[in-house]
Design a protein around this ligand. Structure first.
Ligand SMILES: Cc1ncc(COP(=O)(O)O)c(C=O)c1O
Length: 407
């Protein structure tokens, strides 16, 4: 790629694109392909493709061991894992969640007639602000769902204390946080249950997949029945259930990924450090830091763009990167509370989600993972640096146009 010397070198203004092939946030990690195909062949030979097969059982055992929890119940995705967890815990009425999360956290509740009550995040961890929860608790509140956003854990101690004090259930949406720790203990064993996602965009993936992890024996038994239509044995349906089973092919992918886990972490960590280094002198662009004292999966490289300083807005920077074939993302713009049906059903009083409202205007995720090279990162950082150094002019020129991509 030729470097950007003038504004006309930017693809958004007609210059050559930096990348012929699109660079994505969350391009899937694939482990040893030969090993994966071997496993898939063995599953085909066994003619055991789903319904609690040997790979699913092995995958569950490995996940439970890695997290130091008694039970792992693998599912077809994390959304259904959240849904059955909520149902198995008899959560009803209202549940307090952050608005700063992927929409599935809210949908898993609303889908079954439970009201998600959106709470702000604190300005440091960007996870549920424990000090703002109390004012949202009503007689209908039955639970709190904290989200370990981008793998950075919630204030688990504060949230757990509060839940105990107010007699609420507490679940953690740990979709981003497999392989991470809090206070030296692996995420997975906290609260009543935690939920992982193994979706293709996640650090460890099983194509589609999820899991509930818990130390509660009774809950785990209930979840196993619920994810399988309520069957407790042949011809014996004991409760309402759904189809939330993980397939053998998915478990084969998950098991194969687990064998490369250390490599995935090493690559992510290296990428994160390179972005941090190369963007350190770009005023107005702050890279969200991970606490290296904890175990981290470093799956998300999150930039916060302060447009008072960069002058070019976060959205302009995003559009400009998209034009270069860099699909930078605004996870999770505009916040669940601004999406439907929540915006119409539960309009938020001004100021209640102050930190969230600011954050969703600033966040920009950039590509990382095993498909992104060190050279790619340097190129992306150079584009960002160049754009910010011409921020005011870019703002003027791009304000005159309609944005190229809405995200
Ligand atoms: C915070 C959060 N919760 C839940 C989910 C849902 O996961 P899945 O796609 O496995 O259903 C996601 C997925 O991206 C997520 O980011």
């Amino acid at each position: 790629m030729s470097d950007k010397q003038t504004l006309n070198d930017l693809a958004v203004f007609g210059g050559p694109v930096a990348f012929e092939e699109v660079r994505h946030v969350g391009a899937p990690n694939v482990g040893d392909r030969a090993r994966l195909l071997e496993r898939i062949n063995a599953a085909l030979d066994r003619r055991w493709l789903t319904n609690d097969g040997p790979y699913v059982q092995e995958f569950e055992k490995r996940i439970a061991e890695l997290c130091g929890v008694r039970h792992c119940v693998a599912t077809s995705n994390a959304t259904i894992a959240l849904e059955i967890t909520v149902r198995a815990l008899d959560i009803q009425g209202e549940v307090i969640i952050p608005s700063m999360t992927f929409i599935a956290t809210a949908h898993a509740l609303q889908w079954q007639g439970i009201t998600p009550v959106f709470c702000d995040v604190d300005a440091e961890s960007f996870t549920l602000d424990a000090d703002r929860i109390e004012e949202l608790v009503t007689p209908r509140t039955s639970a709190i769902i904290g989200v370990h956003l981008w793998g950075r854990s919630c204030r688990i101690d504060k949230l757990t204390d509060l839940a105990q004090r107010r007699n609420l259930k507490i679940v953690f949406d740990a979709a981003h946080a497999f392989g991470c720790s809090w206070n030296g203990e692996m995420i997975g064993g906290f609260g009543d249950a935690e939920v992982f996602s193994f979706h293709a965009t996640k650090f460890l993936n099983s194509f589609e997949g999820g899991a509930v992890v818990t130390n509660n024996d009774e809950l785990a038994a209930k979840l196993r029945v619920m994810r399988n239509f309520g069957f407790a044995g042949y011809d014996n349906v004991v409760s309402v259930g759904t189809n939330g089973k993980m397939s053998e092919v998915s478990a084969a992918m998950g098991l194969t990924g687990l064998e490369s886990l250390d490599e995935f972490i090493a690559v992510n960590s290296r990428n994160y450090r390179q972005y941090r280094e190369e963007l350190s002198d770009v005023d107005g662009v702050t890279l969200l830091e991970y606490d290296d004292a904890e175990k981290q999966n470093y799956q998300y490289v999150v930039l916060l763009v302060d447009d008072q300083i960069t002058r070019a807005t976060r959205d302009q920077l995003m559009d400009l990167l998209w034009a270069e074939n860099v699909r930078a993302r605004r996870y999770f713009y505009p916040g669940c509370h601004r999406m439907q049906p929540y915006d119409s059903l539960y309009p938020q009083p001004a100021g209640r989600l102050r930190v969230t409202e600011r954050l969703v205007q600033q966040v920009l995720l950039v590509p990382t993972g095993t498909t992104i090279s060190s050279q790619d990162i340097s190129t992306i950082c150079r584009i960002i640096r160049f754009a910010v150094s011409h921020g005011a002019e870019i703002n003027r020129l791009m304000s005159a146009e309609v944005g190229t991509h809405a995200g």
